[in-house]
Design a protein around this ligand. Sequence first.
Ligand SMILES: Nc1ncnc2c1ncn2[C@@H]1O[C@H](COP(=O)(O)OP(=O)(O)OP(=O)(O)O)[C@@H](O)[C@H]1O
Ligand SMILES: [Mg+2]
Length: 248
Amino acid sequence: MNGSDDDAVRLRSVSRRYGAGDGAVPALDDVSLAFPRGTFTAVMGPSGSGKSTLLQCAAGLDRPTSGSVVVGGTELTGLSERRLTLLRRERVGFVFQAFNLLPSLTAAQNVALPLRLSGRRPARGRVREALRQVGLADRARHRPTELSGGQQQRVALARALITRPEVLFADEPTGALDSRTGREVLALLRDMVDDTGQTVVMVTHDPVAASCADRVVFLVDGHVHGDLATPTATTIATHLTDLETPRP
Ligand SMILES: Nc1ncnc2c1ncn2[C@@H]1O[C@H](COP(=O)(O)OP(=O)(O)OP(=O)(O)O)[C@@H](O)[C@H]1O
Ligand SMILES: [Mg+2]
């Protein structure tokens, strides 16, 4: 794969092993991928295939055991924790599979947190707008325990959007949503790419959700196992069935 400055994120021969010796788990094994600027990529694959590990390595949240990750032209290998934190804050948004909201803060305070952490005073209108975009304008003062799972997931998305990141990584952002709310979230991600040229990388198990992307990358046992351009729910489902069919 040729690297280019048009890539928002580039991984070259990235491996991530957990543990050592016989018990070591190769969560990612020699993965090379590029996510071009202004594109929407879906990542699919069986449970345990390395999707969350891929996102966390690509976002600079986890360090690969070997290989190189470049975000917005900056090589992450060898960056100090401090530089890495700054880069994440300035360029990357991340929606965790397990939301990771702070329980003592309201929805609005959770959404404002990334701006506060970077020393910016969040304009109330901006927080309100982010909550409105995810359909939660009327839940600003609720704490996570007072919100449903799907509402917490949308607060996590609003929190990732508030800094207008160059790249948004979203780990199953529609996993806890009903189909209508899920469609609204997908339309929001699509608009980020089409209207403002942001880059989105989303993990999903849902072929319909993945069909909103420009490309689907499939992972199996920590390896890239093919990809599909301009996917449809049908071509995705067929590819998934092929992956799950044991080979003789
Ligand atoms: N902290 C860890 N320590 C040891 N092994 C881990 C750790 N995190 C993940 N793994 C292992 O790495 C592999 C990939 O995990 P990962 O979370 O990336 O999978 P996934 O594709 O996101 O799965 P799911 O669809 O269930 O979320 C799994 O076998 C998992 O058990
Ligand atoms: Mg996962």
